[in-house]
Write a protein that binds this ligand. Sequence first.
Ligand code: AMP
Length: 417
Amino acid sequence: MSAGDVQPLAGMSDLCAPEIFLWQRVEDTCRQLFHRYGFTEIRTPLLERLSVFTRAIGEGTDVVQKEMYTLQDRGGREIALRPEGTAGVMRYVAGGGPERAEARLYYLGPMFRAERPQAGRRRQFHQIGAESLGPPSPAADAECIALLTHLLRDLGVSGFNLQINTRGLPEDRAAVAAALRAALGPQRSALCEDCQRRYETNPLRILDCKQAECRAIVKALPPISDHMAAETRAYLAGVLRLLKRLDISAQINPFLVRGLDYYIHTVWEITHPALGAQDALAGGGRYRMEVGGRTLDGVGFAIGMERLLLAMEAAGARPDDSAARPRVWLVAAGAAQTEDLLVLLQILRRHGINAGMDLSGRSLKAQMRAAHRAGAPWVVIRGDAEAAKGVYLLKDMTGGAQTEVELPELLRRLTAP
Ligand code: AMP
């Protein structure tokens, strides 16, 4: 194995201590809050048939065209690593009875996109997502945004920016595309190469382009909602009114479209100033998909966990390993004691006490060094003399005091707060 072989693939990371303690805190906080809002967890497979994604996300999207890890299994079937969570959840919903069409589901886990790795952009990254199935309603969309902002606040993230827009209904699309072509037509040759193609295939995508020349042109366009039906505009107004009543500040961004094809009505994105160039922290919206012969309606969001952690760290959050630290370290003064102490170790752990011990038969000095390294507030030392008396020497590592105690007293002291 060369030195490079012990590194993970580019754009992928090992998640371990100390950062893992912050990840776990995020996961615990999310689970609690999702349950308060009536959501239950779903863990869909990381691999799905390729068609699960191409149909739901849209053939013409960047995610499908450029970013998916696709492969053939041994039977020659086209499969893909999930680039996002919604498509798999919808496959699950479509595979069940009518009750699933009103399901409230959340997920936490890795997603995979073959992007060029850079700060804030990984090839394996993690998302926290929620899907609230059910027919379109401004109240359901507002509740979903309320859940997302509640979650960010519970995690100590503030100073974020919520932008919102409408994608309209499928019926609005032809009018929007025609209006965009009419407005962009005279400036078509000034658009980037991709957008000149998008002009024909899907002019809405031009609004999403990150190229400076395209952004300058887009900025001067009228809002796309101007070309939508009155009902669509009333829907967006309803969502905005409810957000106001819920004390959630949102800005209308008339050019926000989000990259995926399945959205209708409300779409939103949350950015955070601590994130640098890749400042999107979370995104979401209402969607409608045809899956397995059924039409599924829902609203949902996904938060990027790596970016969430950056925003939390900017607000001062630090990993806390206290729940994983040993409360007591056992030290055998004499090889004969190791066996008895292994038995004690298990008794302590069965009583709910975090306990550790060096099991490799090292010297007393080396064991004491290990106890210091472990940072346990208590150490139990046992030599032949203590064994003969049926006691343990309990050392308070902060004050330095040592007392001989029998097992019941040892348990009492170690379980005291
Ligand atoms: P999207 O569905 O693409 O809007 O993704 C939702 C969220 O996931 C984004 O707002 C980001 O926080 C995060 N995200 C998306 N792609 C990546 C990536 N390649 N690396 C890290 N985070 C990502």
